[in-house]
Design a protein around this ligand. Sequence first.
Ligand SMILES: Nc1ncnc2c1ncn2[C@@H]1O[C@H](COP(=O)(O)OP(=O)(O)OP(=O)(O)O)[C@@H](O)[C@H]1O
Length: 597
Amino acid sequence: MTGTREATRPAEHRSAVRSLLRLWPYVRPVHRRLAAAALVTVAASCLSLVIPLALKWTVDGPIARREPSGVWLGGLMLLLVGSAEAGLFGLRRVLVARPLARVEADMRAALYAHLQRLPVSFHDRWPSGQLLSRGTTDLMLVRIFLAFPLTFLLVNGATIVVGFTILLMQEWRLGLVLLAPVVPLVALCWFFEERYARAARTAQDRIGDLTTVIEESVLGIRIVKGFGRHPALQRAFGTLAEGLRGIELHKAALLGALWALIMILPELAVGTALVLGTLQVADGQLSTGTLVAFLSTALALRWPVESIGFLLALTNETATAADRYFEVMDTAPPAAREPRIRRPRCAPCRGDGGLRLEGVEFRYPDAPPGTPPVLRGVDLHIRRGETMALVGTTGSGKTTLVSLIPRLHEATAGRITLDGTDVTAVPRSRLRQWVAVAFEEPTLFSASAGENVLMGADDAGEEDLDRALAVAQAGFVHDLPEGHRTQVGEQGLSLSGGQRQRLALARAVVGSPRFLVLDDPLSALDVHTEALVENALREVLADTTALVVAHRPSTVLLADRVALLSQGRITAVGTHYELLHGNREYASLMSGPKGTP
Ligand SMILES: Nc1ncnc2c1ncn2[C@@H]1O[C@H](COP(=O)(O)OP(=O)(O)OP(=O)(O)O)[C@@H](O)[C@H]1O
């Protein structure tokens, strides 16, 4: 269902640090807050190292001298240090919560805006679940990393350095014993990093695949139920989920092994230091207080050392999340082809009015190599104010051709002009104001019926809405419980197919566009409603240059002329009756299998 797509291709080799550094532009606005939080955390952690020193002072001083008042003072010191430590950790949370929510929101907004700019061909290639998981789970990982592992990697690193300095100053030989595991631990982390990164990448990609499957089965629930496909889908989903479970177990095994070794090596060192220290105390080379302080410091360093394992794991997962995020962000919207400077072949404007396609060629980017382009050498001129029907066998490239006009896809050769202006020379925002589209598959959004229609024009008001609903014969909207303010549900699924098509048509005509591109927009209507829509459309189309993909004679009759698309080229242009009598392929298309027009 999801297949091997460009989206799920893991990066060959990457550096976690380089991946994380790419987050800097988003973190920069809040870096002072994060730095303040890190400083507060360092202070809190260092305070925890003061506790063993207070213990040493109490053991070697008041306890050894049997002074109860001194013991109370030692207790008070410990209480104050502990309270200050707790207060500082609380302050850290306050400092990071708001700025990090900002970072996550900004990254998500940037991703969403970028997805809107990316061409349809990108969305054809990327499964929606992969994009969803990158905009949700991956960004959540980034926020958690900035809030917790990043600070604690720095803070625990600083605590370890300060702690070992104190240990070496107290008793350098015992300090070296505790430092001994550092070399094997570094080697271990290096070994672990690469393996864990690979597992983390696979797991995060699988989550994207699972999201795609869930989304597809929820959106296609009618087909799933209608064909009784739920057991098969359940099995397919189970296989994917089982695969993810296996990868998560592999990650847990890697993390478990690393954690065990990270815990055991320092414990062995502490045990050795305890034995050696006790011998030194027995020989009178070391005071009891110093040994207590030494061991308390060593124990206080347990958490910073032990936490390195899972902090590295979280860091790795975040680097993977950052990679996945930037894979989308790095996909540049295709640069608009420069319009070729050409002398118009006919008198300026007169011949160039309307919609003109010259030598247009198109090949889908993911088409198998060696296959011919879907469109090649397409020449077509629709005069200003004219309505042209586009007819062709199924799969001949009609939808592809009309999608080139509003630049949903970019023509790979040739040029398209609107009233003499090359479409590639017009900013997309203006192009979308000039050209309105409606497709056979009407797409509605989770909004009210009116909002769905008004999406077709920036400045349209209630009057335009009523006119557009009338043209599209979408009067049913007024009978909905809350009129045009009624919510139509996700993808408009609370409406019938014909109702959805009429709303999509109303959206196309609401802005009275100069150019209208309709891809078989009446296919779901009954004959009676289709005739009413056509009558109303005729009025709209009188002022508009329109290209209408048509399969049925009734839709073709809307048009002034008809163009026949065959084998990727326009092979005939004329009125419906001219082609019906003069072109066999057209006659056969319009008459159906029995050959009766
Ligand atoms: N995203 C895509 N990637 C690769 N090939 C595609 C893509 N979309 C369509 N095609 C191929 O392009 C060809 C033309 O498809 P298109 O949808 O334009 O045909 P059509 O004439 O509109 O068909 P119909 O009348 O059935 O709607 C088909 O062979 C189709 O398989």
